[in-house]
Design a protein around this ligand. Structure first.
Ligand code: PGA
Length: 246
């Protein structure tokens, strides 16, 4: 299975989200080997769900709280997401780590709650420019994975990992195929050795329809987590079509 995941971040209002999905569903989405996951804002999720009819599109949230209910003003619970048929949730996105102080231990709590309560996690990991310059990429990823996956029963669940180097997110500068290949192979080996799991690993960071084709030549790349290029339905569909051609 390949994945084409849209992370709309804090973009697209409800009406814009509906328009996007209406346009997307007019296109040929028959390929069952590629799963589209749309991750709109919380406010759009329910409306999007109401007009969703394609079996190849699923819904994801961009965040969720680790507690199941209670006095957590401003937060959204797992059951609230499940009630509107949201199946996936992005965890550990670098913007949440950076701007909302989400550390690996919180991500571990969230991952635990999500898995135990039947949502599928898309776990994001990645190094920043300074860490890459200092040759710390693998130690950073190792620590992110070890803490996030600590004490979690990850066998038989739909965990997806997204490798997103922070320096490539929203910058227009994507990682090169060589860099992606090196890191994704390392992640795959690490997960097999340390956790005995084989999961889909995606790349994210300035993916476009012009640069994604060569990335798909890499054996271990199972698709993309797409920010900027997912805001335009034609551009997003082009990337989906390129994944399907493989
Ligand atoms: P980008 O964002 O495609 O705009 O670089 C990717 C992401 O943040 O998931």
């Amino acid at each position: 299975m390949k994945y084409c995941i849209a992370n709309w971040k804090m973009n697209l209002t409800i009406s814009e989200s509906i328009l996007f999905l209406e346009e997307l569903q007019k296109k040929n989405l028959q390929n069952t080997k590629t799963k589209i996951i749309l991750c709109p804002s919380f406010t759009s999720l329910n409306d999007i769900n109401n007009i969703l009819f394609s079996n190849n599109i699923e819904l994801g949230a961009q965040n969720v709280h680790q507690e199941l209910k209670g006095a957590f003003t401003g937060e959204i619970s797992i059951n609230m997401l499940k009630e509107i048929e949201c199946k996936w949730v992005i965890l550990g996105h670098s913007e949440r780590r950076q701007h909302f102080n989400e550390e690996d231990v919180i991500i571990n709590d969230k991952l635990n709650a999500v898995i135990q309560n039947g949502l599928n996690p898309i776990l994001c990991i990645g190094e920043n420019q300074l860490q890459r310059d200092k040759d710390e990429t693998f130690s950073v990823l190792k620590s992110q994975l070890n803490t996030a996956l600590y004490n979690i029963n990850i066998k038989n669940i739909n965990l997806v990992i997204a490798y997103e180097p922070i320096w490539a997110i929203g910058t227009g500068v994507n990682a090169t195929c060589k860099q992606i290949d090196e890191v994704i192979n390392w992640i795959s080996e690490f997960l097999l050795q340390e956790f005995s799991i084989k999961v889909p690993i995606l790349y994210g960071g300035s993916v476009t329809s012009s640069n994604c084709s060569s990335m798909l030549d890499l054996e271990k790349v199972s698709g993309f987590l797409i920010g900027t290029s997912s805001l335009d339905v034609n551009e997003f569909y082009s990337i989906y079509s390129i994944i399907n051609e493989r």
